[in-house]
Design a protein around this ligand. Structure first.
Ligand SMILES: *Cc1c(COP(=O)(O)O)cnc(C)c1O
Length: 436
């Protein structure tokens, strides 16, 4: 490739890091259906949620403030890895021979390698200032557990992580990462909670699932003094904290002198994509023409095949019932699936915007997302997380459509994390062992 005029990337200065998160709730085109109590099926009150979360996060969950100030202590830790760069993918464009301009926001430079610390740090902070001593959480492959381990270490909180058993056994490096940052990690289901014992009674060889691990972590928090529970995706306050990604991206696109026609992200529970998308969605809700596409696996096709209805957030049906796209709270993705994004539901806000037609969704089989990840690694260099590879696949498809139509659209996607601890999946792909 000949040198381009550039810029190849835009990096904001530390002074330009946004000092507030963007809260999309007051701008939504319809009111968000409230979460319901799992037993009474009445709308949850703050008192219902207080055993699980600190009051400030409960307030953020329903806030009508358009912007919420980021506490100084949180910003100070953000600055270990923020602002993150926004790149122009010249080499990928050339490989695809497309007139489209491709941009990506790179969230892989945080210590655990993904966007997840953006909310982990905020959540640990609010728990700390309300006197909480210990957090519990679940993790699948370990990205969330590692992000929260880091955040808890910085704020002096103890952390217990219920890690889905099959990942605990197959992915030792994320566990080591969590332990390095001081967390206690156990394979879920355990025999130390009612939810875990019930899952093991049904099937002693239960490989675990995110839904079961959530039930265990939540039960642990409400039965231990000084403990609360933390969730890494789905909830409104998590999406709120992730908007730092989109707010930075908006300022960076402006420095490129461009605005995206299409905004793309991968969706597990919906947090990284909400974070990138919502600040641009703010413009669409005021009439700007922008397209939004969620990319998910066919092995866990929540937005493309799920129902938009009230469902439990966890397997044991003890968490609040929320209105979302869902495959049912008992759903467990097939064991052959190596691409992450395994949660049965999706963020209520993202679900509402999808249901009202403001966002589209596509699903891909895993061989296609690894094909796309290979193309990306061999042009832009970065080895992306398998989750991120769904967004890369969607971006490549849209860029190839531009090639056919001759249109020069601006495509922006979120590079939510690197894949350097997911090389097992790449190895399986290279060996030809992945099936759809
Ligand atoms: C956790 C994770 C995701 C999926 O979670 P969302 O809440 O949908 O963002 C995507 N990419 C990476 C790198 C992750 O670690």
């Amino acid at each position: 490739m000949k040198g381009k005029k550039g810029p190849y990337k835009v990096i904001l200065s530390e002074k330009e890091v946004p000092t507030s998160w963007y809260n999309i709730l007051p701008d939504l085109p319809a009111p968000l259906p409230p979460p319901l109590h799992p037993v009474t099926r009445e709308p949850c009150t703050p008192e219902d949620l207080a055993p699980l979360f600190p009051m400030e996060l409960i307030k953020q969950e329903v806030s009508e403030e358009g912007y919420i100030e980021i506490p100084e202590e949180v910003l100070a830790i953000y600055k270990l890895y923020r602002p993150s760069p926004l790149h122009r993918a010249y080499r990928l464009e050339e490989e695809l021979d497309t007139p489209a301009k491709i941009f990506y926001k790179n969230e892989s430079f945080s210590p655990p390698g993904s966007h997840k610390p953006n909310t982990a740090i905020a959540q640990a902070y609010y728990n700390k200032i309300e006197g909480v001593k210990r957090l519990t959480t679940e993790t699948g492959a370990g990205q969330w557990g590692s992000a929260l381990s880091l955040a808890c270490k910085f704020f002096g909180l103890d952390l217990k992580v219920y890690m889905v058993k099959v990942s605990y056994e197959q992915k030792p490096y994320r566990r080591t990462m969590m332990e390095t940052w001081g967390a206690e990690v156990v394979p879920s289901p355990t025999d130390t909670t009612n939810a875990g014992r019930a899952a093991l009674a049904d099937d002693p060889a239960n490989p675990g699932s995110l839904g079961i691990a959530i039930s265990e972590a939540a039960e642990d928090a409400v039965t231990h003094e000084g403990s609360k529970y933390s969730l890494g995706s789905v909830l409104n306050h998590v999406c709120l904290h992730q908007t730092i990604v989109g707010l930075e991206a908006k300022a960076q696109m402006e420095k490129f002198g461009e605005y995206p026609d299409i905004v793309i992200g991968c969706v597990g529970g919906g947090s990284n994509y909400s974070g990138l998308a919502f600040p641009f969605m703010q413009d669409k809700l005021k009439g700007k023409d922008v397209r939004f596409i969620s990319a998910e696996p066919v092995a866990c096709p929540t937005l493309t095949k799920g129902k938009y209805e009230y469902d439990y957030g966890d397997e044991a049906a003890t968490a609040p019932i929320v209105m979302m796209y869902t495959l049912g709270h008992k759903f467990i993705p097939p064991a052959i699936h190596a691409g992450g994004l395994r949660y049965h539901g999706d963020a209520p806000i993202l679900s509402l915007l999808t249901n009202k037609g403001y966002m589209d969704a596509v699903a891909y089989p895993q061989t296609q997302i690894f094909d796309a990840a290979m193309t990306f690694a061999r042009t832009e260099g970065m080895i992306v997380a398998p989750e991120t590879a769904h967004a890369v696949k969607c971006t490549i498809d849209e860029a190839l459509k531009c090639k056919e139509s001759g249109e020069s659209k601006n495509i922006l996607f979120n590079l939510s994390g690197h894949g350097l601890l997911d090389l097992g999946g790449y190895g399986e792909y290279l060996a030809g062992n992945l099936v759809d």
